[in-house]
Design a protein around this ligand. Structure first.
Ligand SMILES: Cc1ncc(COP(=O)(O)O)c(C=O)c1O
Length: 445
């Protein structure tokens, strides 16, 4: 294409995009060719040719006396598919599931990214190992040993796009039937179902997941949150931990240990990972979604030897590997202890928030379950009401969003409860969110 044609095609494309996106609305009059040509430093004939082309395509129309005008109506906003409605943005957001995104350690991440990018070898910018960057797997080996007692080796780790991908990779490799905690995370159950395995709900009581039922369920894998059950907030009872491992050893089944928020224990050191007691039978999965933020989509799995190759092969055929540059930045952040520093500071902040929340809730007839940990609280409602639906209605009048226990359950249960996520609001909005919660509760009870 000669340079004149190139400029004409460029102008046509820019005008077409502007009409399609609605930036140039129907009826808008375009500048006369002489003026636009002068403004853009183009020959008048080039602009005339571009206008003619778009008139021929129906984007523009030439009206006698009123020049060239946009003819096509701006496209209507796309209608979201059912189930994908844009997430509402309540003024006071105490839903569980996300840390305070505004507390992302931006300066430390920028510094680690800069250092990682400057020192990255050329091959880091090409395709890599489906298990992820060795730098990150090595950094995690030390971190997970130290922080969670995990028996890890760089070769036993696969880096994933968050916990969710680790779970779906295991669902692909193992197939069959999965037992998953109920209540738990509906999205995780649905993700496993969509891959293929059947999902059996595993009830949870005061001692945590009912590992004692596994013998009767005939499943191939069980997913549990032993350090901090989601959403009841309990730790798995030591006898149940043993039962889980016994089940895995005798049946050949796999325990999937979801260690999503164990960094946040406020009263003592968190219980160590279950994986340490059964590295051949437990897949240990962790994530940066609670510590740094879900936007990164970086998680990890520490796998029993028999699963390493099949999982790496499935990861390869899913997306080659998790993107390299974020992995390198995270490896730098961990090895230079910026990750630990950020977790220590976050722990103090979330602990303070938790204390403030508990203080506000004192006096209301609710029962708080679980240990002093994580970024959410489960408040069980009294049997004589109000119901979750009644609380939801009142909370909405205060522009307040909470999580609800029934939404996280497949099994029928008379229990009604609120899951209050104290992690999510930015620091400056937290007190107002607590005020809204207290006001809503005062109306409810
Ligand atoms: C129980 C549980 N597991 C895992 C995760 C994190 O998942 P991912 O790493 O895919 O963001 C969350 C996040 O809220 C969670 O609540």
């Amino acid at each position: 294409m000669n340079p004149v044609d190139g400029r004409r095609v460029g102008l046509e494309r820019a005008l077409r995009d502007a009409v399609r996106s609605g930036r140039l609305a129907t009826g808008t009059r375009l500048p006369p060719t002489r003026r636009l040509a002068a403004d853009l430093g183009l020959a008048r004939g080039t602009v005339r040719a571009a206008y003619d082309q778009l008139i021929a395509e129906g984007y523009l129309t030439a009206r006698q006396g009123s020049g060239t005008v946009v003819a096509l109506p701006s496209p209507a906003a796309p209608v979201p598919a059912a189930g994908h409605a844009p997430m509402e943005r309540p003024r006071h957001d105490l839903r569980p599931g996300s840390p305070d995104a505004s507390a992302f350690p931006l300066a430390a991440w920028q510094e680690s990214s800069r250092r990682a990018l400057t020192s990255a070898p050329a091959e880091a910018f090409g395709y890599g190992d489906p298990r992820g960057r060795l730098e990150l797997r090595a950094a995690l080996t030390g971190y997970l040993r130290r922080a969670r007692g995990v028996a890890a080796h760089p070769d036993s780790i696969v880096i994933t796009n968050g916990y969710l991908q680790g779970l779906t990779l295991l669902a692909t490799v193992i197939g069959g039937t999965f037992a998953m905690e109920d209540p738990g995370v509906p999205m995780h159950r649905e993700a496993v179902r969509r891959i293929g395995p059947q999902v059996m709900p595993l009830p949870v009581d005061e001692l945590g997941a009912r590992a004692d039922l596994l013998g009767t369920l005939a499943v191939d894998a069980v997913e549990v949150t032993p350090a901090h059950q989601y959403p009841t907030g309990r730790t798995l009872d030591p006898a149940r931990r043993r039962t889980l491992l016994d089940w895995a050893r005798s049946s050949g089944g796999l325990v999937i240990e979801n260690d999503y928020d164990a960094e946040f224990r406020y009263d003592r050191k968190p219980v160590g990972a279950l994986q340490a007691a059964g590295p051949d039978n437990v897949a240990y999965l962790g994530t940066t979604s609670k510590t740094l933020g879900p936007a990164l989509r970086i998680g990890w799995m520490v796998l029993p030897p028999r699963l390493l190759d099949p999982v790496a092969d499935t990861k390869l055929h899913t997306d080659h590997h998790t993107e390299n540059l974020g992995q390198l930045a995270l490896a730098d952040l961990i090895t230079r202890h910026g990750y630990d520093r950020h977790i220590r500071a976050s722990r103090q902040r979330y602990r303070r928030r938790r204390d403030q929340l508990r203080h506000r809730l004192a006096g209301f007839p609710i029962t708080l379950t679980g240990i002093a940990a994580g970024q959410h609280l489960l408040a069980v409602l009294p049997p004589d009401g109000p119901t979750e639906a009644e609380v939801r209605d009142i909370a909405e009048t205060h522009d307040l969003a909470l999580g609800y226990l029934s939404d996280r359950r497949d099994l029928p249960s008379p229990d009604q409860g609120l899951i209050i996520g104290y992690g999510r609001p930015p620091e400056h909005a937290y007190t107002a969110a607590l005020d809204a919660l207290t006001a809503a509760f005062t109306t409810c009870f």
